[in-house]
Structures are given as C-alpha cells and as structure tokens.
Design a protein around this ligand. Structure first.
Ligand SMILES: [Zn+2]
Length: 360
C-alpha cells in the first residue's frame, strides 16, 4: 500500500458515529498537528490554521469526520439488542452485516439478524424486512449475558468492513468513504500546501455530526469566519446496472470529482464555480458537473454558505458507489484529481480573486 492507501485505510477503519468521534478525531489531529495550529469548536470539530503569504482571505476547507452508525436502544430478555439509526441507513443493506458495539469494557462483535428465511412462509419471504424487526445478535441468550459483556443502552454501534484494494488495483472497498474520503483529501491537500506558496490563510476543518444535521459545520464556521469555503464530500454515483437510462445524467467512478452546480440545499457562488472549472481545465483535471434536485440529504455547504452575511461556497465530492453501506467503492483516479484541483484552486484564491466573488 502506498501513502494514500494507508491514509484511507486508517481513516475509514477508525470509528466515529455522530457525537462519538473521539477515535477518528485523534487520528486527524495527529495528521494536522504537524501542518498548522490546531484548535476546536466546542462540539469537537477540528480546525487547523495554516498561514500563507497573506493573512487574508480566510479559506475554509471542510470535510466531515463522522460516519453513519447506530446506538443500542433496547436489550430484550432473550439477549437480543435493538438499535436506533444514527444517520441515513437503507434497511435493505443491513441484514447479516457485521457490527461492533463500543462498550465501556471494550468492543463487542455482533451480526444484524432477523428471522431465518427457512422459518418464513412464502409470502413473508417476498416482503422486505424492516429495520424495526431487526436486532443485533452478539451470541448471547439472555439480558444478563449482554449485560456481562458490557453492553449498555446508547452505546455506539459501528459497521465492520475491512479496507480492501480491489481487482484492478485502482478501486478501494470500505465503509465510511462518506466522508473519510473527503478527510483524506483534506489532509493530503494540506500536506501538499505545506511547502507551496498560497496568498491566503487556510483553515482545514474536520466537522462533527454532519450526518445528523450539519451540526459541526454550523459551529466551526463561526470559529473560522471564512471569506470562502470549499466542502469536500463523498457522494453517490449511478454507473451501475439499472441506472443507465436517458432520464438522468450518469455520474461515474474514475471520471473525476463531482462538482455540484445545483442541489436543493445550496446553490454555489457562480464565480467560484467558474474559477474552479477554469482551474480544472487549465490543469487538465477531469471533473463531473452535477445539477440534481433528487440528491437526498444535505452537505456541510448548506450550513456554511449561510454563515454571517453569506460565504461563497462550493461542494466538491469524491464519487462513491454504494455510499451509506458497509461496502462503498471509490476510485484512486478521482482522489488524485481532486487533490490536484484543490491545490491549484487554493493557490489562485488571493485577496483580489476572493473579493471578486462577491463584487455584485
Ligand atoms: Zn457526507
């Protein structure tokens, strides 16, 4: 594995459901510590300030560090564990998946179960199993055994999925590419800019609690008070069977980062958008342009661009297949292209360029 693969492995394997980001935060702080001055907001987002050749403008690069997961909601007399979702899960990707419960006594492994298909009637087998009928099985047979293992109500539960380099050597499989992929881009861009001139002050921000409502973005943006913001995300692509019709654009792995021109929660600053596209063209960096109101969920950009009297903001995303599941797939070409694009863009964001963004 090269440096980037090791970084992606570390970041995706670290735990950090919303409100329980301690493990992944420690890792990110360790990486950012050598690159700038690290502080926090009071929800736990990490903010790393790195001065360039000019104090102004203030550039915020933000990626969220939390991942979707669960919490223990109820323990049955028979020793099965009911769970509540933290963040947006699709019930169909849950059954038979391995999870780990983070208890005060240590990690407890379990599997998401439901009644065995052998025991269902034909009609029952045709129906989808809903999350409310699922449970986590840690191999216990009583509530006492679950208690003895250390499991308590509200303990966080994480998906288990090993980081794996796939058959072509260029695609990677793991949980949590949304948004540890964005975090890895953030750290790599900061590393690249350590020894490169940039006429601005950079704030690399790893936000908390994005998946439950962009909460760390709202608090960290007040600390940073940026003049311009670039949000680094991981987002779903549609280059899979059953999607390639003419009614919608097909976004693909390996064709470059996705730049969102329109979605329901945010319209990017148009001049920033044009500057980014121009930067991509000049650098021969591939990008995919998206304008789609069907995309569910918000991004930190929705919160950040409304800070103060408004912040010119754009969202740049790593394409990910099967986002919000145990097994996302991302492409190295997209990662490298996004890093290159952001390094070049940051270098162009001097005082004049940024004042021009809001010269109406
Ligand atoms: Zn995300």
């Amino acid at each position: 594995m090269d440096e980037i693969e090791i970084l992606l492995k570390q970041l995706t394997q670290a735990g950090g459901i919303p409100g329980h980001e301690t493990e992944v935060r420690g890792l990110i702080q360790k990486h950012l510590g050598s690159l700038g001055e690290v502080t926090h907001d009071r929800l736990g987002s990490v903010i790393c300030r790195k001065s360039g050749e000019a104090a102004e403008p203030r550039i915020m690069l933000a990626a969220h560090m939390d991942e979707i997961g669960f919490v223990v909601s109820h323990i049955t007399k028979e020793g099965f564990i009911r769970f509540a979702s933290v963040g947006g899960w699709w019930d169909q990707v849950l059954l038979a998946q391995r999870v780990v419960i983070k208890t005060a006594k240590g990690d407890v492994t379990g599997i998401i179960g439901a009644r065995s298909p052998h025991l269902l009637s034909d009609e029952e087998r045709r129906k989808l199993v809903e999350r409310k009928d699922m449970y986590i099985d840690i191999g216990a047979s009583s509530a006492e055994e679950v208690d003895k293992a250390g499991v308590r109500i509200a303990d966080p539960v994480l998906p288990v999925s090993e980081f794996t380099i796939l058959a072509n050597g260029k695609t990677y499989l793991s949980k949590a590419f949304d948004d540890r992929g964005g975090c890895a881009v953030l750290l790599t861009v900061m590393r690249r800019l350590r020894d490169t001139a940039h006429a601005n002050t950079l704030f690399a921000v790893a936000t908390v609690q994005e998946e439950v409502g962009l909460r760390g973005a709202r608090t960290s943006v007040r600390v940073v008070d940026p003049d311009v913001a670039i949000v680094l995300e991981g987002t779903a692509v549609s280059d899979v069977p059953g999607q390639s019709d003419d009614s919608h654009q097909v976004l693909r792995l390996g064709r470059g980062p996705i730049v969102t021109f329109y979605r329901g929660d945010m319209i990017p600053n148009h001049k920033l958008r044009d500057l980014l596209v121009d930067t991509a063209e000049r650098g021969d960096v591939p990008v995919q342009i998206r304008a789609d109101d069907r995309v569910r969920g918000g991004t930190d950009g929705a919160a950040i661009h409304l800070h103060g009297s408004g912040v010119p903001t754009i969202v740049v995303s790593l394409p990910v297949r099967y986002v919000h599941s145990h097994g996302g797939i991302m492409h190295r070409t997209d990662f490298d292209a996004e890093v290159e694009l952001l390094v070049r863009l940051v270098q162009r964001l001097d005082q004049k360029a940024v004042s021009d963004l809001t010269a109406w």
